[in-house]
Design a protein around this ligand. Structure first.
Ligand code: ZN
Length: 415
């Protein structure tokens, strides 16, 4: 490397060497470095502005050096910052992901699992859906743990329906929050995630039937035909519910109205069946019967009706598309209502179970192992089988292009 003095150097404001005042150009000529980049050549360090005289091919060389330097400088910044996934508008994602009245806040239709988890910490149109079921999971789990710690013995068959019910009210919000988190991985995963969501909801309906059948039957119905067959019919209902709701997803694009009607029916049928004993008790109340714990049951019914209304109506976002993309759309409100309804239902079941224990035991109406854990295992197996049957054609479909990185690519995929 040859060194000679050729160029003046700008010392900056406050730098020495200026004529009058601070800064300005150095009075002396600064050193000149002749540098030939190549294998093993050390890149010189500059502590001030630098003049460059480029020889033939020098521009390409200097660009290469700048690129290498840029990468070296950027590296720590990239390592320290976590990039949140990009958010899209409705017309930038395939139609299968569209939600009525939701215009923005969609995640990439081929998000990775990590992107899906990260997206729960940024504002998308799914964020509140995830958290409105994830946080209540911990509340119900806390209640479940407290209940288990207060039970004197797990061999007390009278408590088994309650244990199954409490387990299932933890499972359904957790499955739902997972479904909302990972549904953006692909169109196939979108469907499969909601198959599991529906399966968990239909198992929850079985839990309701078990607890209602064991603790809430009107006095005159105890040991009747309906009482004895309440749980087996509920197992059949859960199979019907999961099958119909999963099937309804295949009609969503072609016949959205019919799909919605079938899905609503899939959940309303088991709900009405489970609630028949409660309706009868309410009827007895109007006839001058007992009012025991009816208020919590009625709050539960109120929230259940509200949930159904929000699920089917898509209000308020249908009235003002784009206004409720992130906060306040019907699905978030639906989640909140289901959780509030479940809370009141749980309180009512706990109260009925405690207050009627002596009378129900005296009637010989104690739950069996087969009628509780046995029915749960049978229903779980059947539900997983149904989900497997509906998921198989989706998993067999040829994979779409691995990763589309631009909105245009998403659009062209849809066309
Ligand atoms: Zn949901």
């Amino acid at each position: 490397m040859n060194r000679s003095l050729l160029f003046p150097v700008w010392r900056g404001i406050g730098g020495s060497g200026g004529g009058s005042g601070a800064g300005a150009w150095s009075r002396t000529w600064e050193r000149c470095l002749r540098w030939e980049p190549g294998q093993g050549a050390r890149i010189p360090m500059f502590d001030g502005p630098t003049w460059l005289v480029l020889c033939q091919g020098g521009r390409a060389r200097i660009m290469e050096v700048c690129q290498r330097g840029k990468g070296a400088i950027r590296l720590p910044t990239d390592m320290l910052s976590i990039k949140l996934p990009q958010i899209f508008d409705v017309h930038q994602v395939p139609k299968v992901f569209w939600e009525d009245g939701i215009i923005s806040g969609y995640r990439h239709p081929h998000s990775s699992a990590l992107d899906c988890v990260l997206s729960s910490f940024q504002m998308t149109n799914e964020t509140m859906n995830i958290w409105t079921h994830f946080l209540p999971t911990w509340y119900f789990l806390w209640r479940f743990v407290i209940l288990c710690s207060t039970l004197t013995s797990l061999s007390d068959s009278y408590t088994w329906p309650l244990l199954v019910y409490m387990l299932l009210i933890c499972v359904y919000p957790f499955t739902s929050s997972c479904a909302h988190t990972f549904s953006a991985m692909s169109a196939e995963s979108y469907h499969i995630c909601y198959f599991f969501d529906y399966g968990a909801l239909s198992l929850y309906s079985l839990g309701c039937a078990m607890s209602y059948g064991s603790y809430m039957m009107p006095d005159s119905w105890v040991n009747s035909w309906l009482h004895q067959h309440f749980v087996p019919i509920a197992v059949g209902n859960s199979v019907f519910c999961t099958s119909l709701s999963c099937y309804s997803r295949f009609l969503e694009l072609q016949c959205p109205q019919r799909s919605k009607a079938l899905r609503t029916a899939a959940f309303v049928v088991p709900f009405i069946f489970d609630t028949v004993p409660l309706f009868y008790r309410i009827l007895l109340f109007f006839g001058g019967g007992s009012t025991d714990h009816l208020s919590n049951h009625c709050y539960h019914l109120l929230f259940a009706v509200l949930s159904c209304f929000l699920f089917t109506s898509h209000l308020p976002e249908r009235l003002a598309p784009g206004r409720f993309d992130y906060f306040g759309h019907s699905h978030q409100l639906f989640h909140i209502c289901t959780v509030a309804g479940t809370h009141f239902q749980m309180e009512a079941v706990l109260a009925d179970m405690t207050s009627r224990r002596a009378w129900l035991t005296a009637q010989g109406a104690t739950p069996s192992f087969l009628g509780t854990f046995g029915a749960l295992v049978v229903s779980l197996t059947l539900n997983l089988g149904i989900i497997g049957i509906f998921s198989a054609p989706l998993l067999r479909k040829p994979r779409n292009q691995p990763h589309v990185t631009t909105a245009t690519a998403c659009e062209s995929k849809e066309q």
